[in-house]
Design a protein around this ligand. Structure first.
Ligand code: RFL
Ligand code: PHB
Length: 403
């Protein structure tokens, strides 16, 4: 088999890249380890930056997103009894974010890929990447007991944090930066109207909580939990009780409870692999970086990687200029580090750190907590502070390639 760009991983990054490349007539084949149903079972991101939504429009897959996505002009930052509205639209001169689930985007992209009869190999096992530092890379894999070789010009490693692409870069040529937080998020999806029209990030003495949504009748909530908790320890009733205690009074009063349709615990991590490319292999999205979800940046950083690689591949194939491929890692990493910093900052500011869990070993726990409380009241207490938060939340502009 032969294609121009082999895409490893059929999550949102791989599917979006594939769709954009196809629009430019650049051939691509996706190798996905799991089934399509499995990929669609992962309830994850909900908030899309404008840059992401525009990219989905450019890919020609935005019809349902534009019809069903909920535009958010701001969000609330709550701290005990106090609540501050971050009026994102006014503070940024008109930018908003869109609430539209990762599952929906993924389903729309899969449908478009099927309709265009673009090739995807699901349940592609034992993927291995070969000769990525030469002009003729390839990927081998097995499917239903058969072994295949896919020859290509370039490989996009869109295979998430546990994929094969990142370890294909020799260990001595990559640096991995990692921080694991001492807590996770317990998330619940329920067929109930959301407790608030806008998202609420709430810090309380009992720990962090988040009000989010998927539609006017479907809510998504999260609470901070110790890493030692198991999802089976949390009955629906226990979850609702704890959530109510952590929300500002008005949202707590508005909370409508019901059976959970999905419940899971996600650990929180900051991670970056540098560089994000090796020869003709490019790392995209979670394959190269992870952020804690407090800033809603994970999928959005994946989208800016996709945008950069798309521009590079378009220039390579439309203008015959292969020299621009060396720009990928630097451009992608500049935006990634900014998203990492914002996500880390929001996480530190909004979560409860117990004794012995300090985020900074140089500081005592009490001092750290005090600094973070002071940080929160400082930034929410002035227009300029709120503007800093708003600008990061809607996302920095995408960087262009150098001529
Ligand atoms: P994915 O989604 O992990 O997809 C990778 C795909 O690669 C496949 N794969 C392989 N295929 C072939 N061979 C192999 N060896 C393979 N190994 C893996 C996998 O099966 C999978 O299908 O990565 P991608 O595409 O880069 O997308 C990244 C996003 O999923 C992720 O960043 C976001 O979900 C993060 N995130 C959020 N991001 C936002 O922008 N806004 C949010 O509001 C937001 N909320 C969240 C989140 C992530 C969360 N969790 C659970 C981690 C909330 C949560 C709770
Ligand atoms: C979500 O709706 O899943 C969501 C929203 C905002 C975040 C994280 C997750 O910061």
């Amino acid at each position: 088999m032969k294609t121009q760009v082999a895409i490893i991983g059929g999550g949102p990054s791989g599917l979006l890249l594939g769709q954009l490349l196809s629009k430019q007539g650049i051939s691509n084949i996706i190798l996905e380890r799991m089934t399509g149903e499995y990929v669609l079972g992962r309830i994850r991101a909900g908030i899309l930056e404008q840059g992401f939504a525009d990219l989905v429009r450019e890919a020609g897959v935005s019809e349902r997103m534009d019809a069903e996505g909920i535009v958010h002009e701001g969000f609330e930052l709550a701290f005990n009894e106090q609540s501050t509205y971050i009026d994102v639209k006014n503070l940024t001169g008109g930018d908003t974010v869109l609430c539209y689930g990762q599952v929906e985007i993924t389903a729309d992209l899969m449908e478009a890929r099927d309709a265009a009869e673009l090739e995807t190999y699901y349940e592609a096992k034992d993927v291995e990447l070969h000769d990525v530092n030469t002009e003729s890379p390839s990927a081998t894999f097995t499917q239903n007991g058969e072994t295949y070789r896919l020859e290509c010009d370039y490989i996009a490693g869109c295979d998430g944090f546990h994929g094969v692409s990142r370890p294909t870069i020799p260990a001595e040529l990559r640096t991995e930066h990692e921080k694991v937080y001492p807590f996770g998020w317990l998330g619940v999806l329920s067929e109930t109207p959301p407790a608030s029209k806008e998202l609420i990030y709430s810090k309380s003495d009992r720990g962090f909580a988040l009000v989010s949504m998927r539609s006017e009748t479907r809510s998504r909530y999260y609470i901070q939990v110790p890493l030692t908790d198991n999802v089976e320890d949390w009955s629906d009733d226990a979850f609702w009780d704890e959530l109510r205690k952590r929300l500002p009074p008005k949202a707590a009063d508005n909370l409508v409870t019901g059976p959970s349709i999905e419940k899971s615990i996600a650990p929180l991590r900051s991670f970056v692999c540098e560089p994000m490319q090796y020869g003709r292999l490019f790392l995209v999205g979670d394959a190269a970086h992870i952020v804690p979800p407090t800033g809603a940046k994970g999928l959005n950083l994946a989208a800016s990687d996709v945008a950069t690689l798309y521009k590079i591949m378009t220039r390579v194939y439309k203008e015959g200029d292969a020299s621009c491929v060396s720009q990928y890692s630097d451009i992608a990493l500049r935006r990634v580090w900014n998203g990492e910093r914002f996500s880390w900052w929001m996480t530190n500011m909004m979560h409860k750190f117990d004794a012995s869990e300090t985020s900074d070993s140089e500081l005592g726990n009490v001092t750290f907590s005090r600094f973070m409380a002071s940080e929160l009241s400082y930034y929410t207490g002035s227009e300029s502070g709120k503007k800093v938060i708003a600008e990061q939340y809607v996302g920095l502009p995408y960087e262009d390639l150098k001529p």
